[in-house]
Design a protein around this ligand. Structure first.
Ligand code: NAD
Ligand code: MG
Length: 384
């Protein structure tokens, strides 16, 4: 018998993290070795009591100081961002689920890749910002990066139907978000509450706003480029409101292979955990006994200008991903704090991307500098 696989869950208190723990509850052969969270420390403690990990990391020192931890027995409590890298690269860890949101998740995802782990990657921002460094590092260390994003998991599964040189294009599906059918000139008046009401997926706040602007699909185009080594010219986006077909791969002979399942993140998480095997688990199945229709139509790039940015970044690479991601993170936070309009998000991303000093082969310090520059620019613009 093989031993249990040890998993580190970075961001266990989030939407993906909680779905991952629900998967683990149903699977045999997996042991949660470490968990981490930033703000919801009561939830993190609850998870530690249930899963008895060896380590619990409270990533934010100030929040940890303000919280009284109970005695967690065998679980060691570690505090601070640096400890995320520690639990991502522990010798005994087999699989690291990178499920922190934003560029804050890059250092620990990077540490997992550098130490040759199987990395179940939900944190798409790590590839958007540092795709070339992450993929180079994986080929040096022997790490395997497995997609958790539902579209990329679908592509990964569909790609098994042929060899890489038989692939014509990748088609990523998008629900279109809550404003899919809205009139373009109403977009300026979108409220935070309206933008947070996603029609098909229940997710963390940042990705929910990204889905409403369609920036999420932009980030996913960049993510697909790095995961599958595909040029931007071979990646397309199609609107599919039902979120049943999670993406498609078209082969040279004209055959298109799709992956379908109800919209639930447990499936791509579980597939990354059990890959290359498939096992029975908690994921719901499609009920094809019920009448249903599947619609597909092209996206409206005039109404959703954010969509074009991802194709541009996927094409030019270099420092563009770090800049787009940083401005978007700040713009989303400002929108959630009622400081800017919904439509400002894509406008400011466009403007700052156009102003930036392009660096074709940035190092990690150069990417961090590009990220900081972009955050300063948006802050100047907001204070102007
Ligand atoms: P979330 O906001 O629900 O959870 C984020 C997690 O990261 C929490 O555990 C939080 O404590 C932790 N965190 C936040 N800021 C941190 C920081 N500065 N340092 C350390 N930890 C921090 O987010 P989510 O919806 O679970 O998304 C996580 C990632 O997965 C994102 O990159 C998102 O794009 C991606 N993703 C999510 C979904 C989904 O359905 N939620 C689908 C596909 C991809
Ligand atoms: Mg997705």
């Amino acid at each position: 018998m093989t031993r249990n696989k040890n998993i580190t869950i970075l961001g266990s208190t989030g939407s993906i993290g909680q779905s991952a723990l629900e998967v683990v509850r149903h699977l045999e052969g997996f042991n949660v070795l470490a968990i981490s969270g930033r703000s919801n420390l009561a939830k993190l403690v609850e998870q530690a009591i249930e899963f008895k990990p060896r380590y619990l990391v409270a990533a934010d020192e100030r929040m940890a100081e303000d919280f009284t931890f109970p005695d967690l027995g065998e679980t060691e409590i570690l505090v601070g961002e640096g400890q995320l890298d520690f639990i991502a690269s522990l010798e005994e860890v087999d699989i690291v689920l990178a499920a922190i949101v934003g560029v804050a998740g890059l250092p620990s995802a990077w540490a997992a890749v550098e130490s040759g782990k199987t990395v179940a990657l939900a944190n798409k921002e790590a590839l958007v910002v540092a795709g070339h460094l992450m993929t180079d590092s994986a080929s040096r260390s022997g790490a395997t990066i497995l997609p958790v994003d539902s579209e990329h998991s679908a592509v990964f599964q569909a790609l098994k139907a042929g060899s890489p040189d038989e692939v014509n294009r990748i088609v990523l599906t998008a629900s279109g978000g809550p404003f899919r059918d809205w009139d373009a000139n109403l977009m300026e008046s979108v409220t935070v509450e309206q933008a947070l009401a996603h029609p098909t997926w229940d997710m963390g706040q940042k990705i929910t706003i990204d889905s409403a602007t369609m920036m999420n699909k932009s980030l996913e185009v960049i993510e697909a480029k790095w995961l599958f080594g595909m040029p931007a010219s071979k990646i397309e986006v199609v609107i599919h409101p039902q979120s049943i077909v999670h993406s498609l791969v078209e082969f040279v002979d004209g055959s298109t292979v799709a992956q379908m399942s109800p919209p639930d993140m447990m499936l791509p998480i579980q597939y990354a955990f059990t890959y290359p095997d498939r096992v029975a688990g908690p994921c719901p199945k499609l009920d094809l006994g019920q009448a249903m229709s599947l619609d597909f139509y092209p996206p409206d790039t005039t109404k959703f200008p954010a969509l074009e940015l991802g194709f541009e970044v996927a094409k030019f690479g270099g420092s563009t991903g770090a800049v787009l991601n940083a401005v978007n993170e700040e713009a989303v936070a400002a929108f959630l704090n009622h400081k800017i309009k919904f439509t400002d998000i894509s406008t400011v991303c466009r403007n700052i991307l156009d102003q930036h000093n392009f660096e074709p082969f940035p190092t990690m310090p150069q990417l961090i500098a590009a990220d900081q520059w972009a955050r300063q620019e948006i802050s100047k613009w907001m204070n102007a």
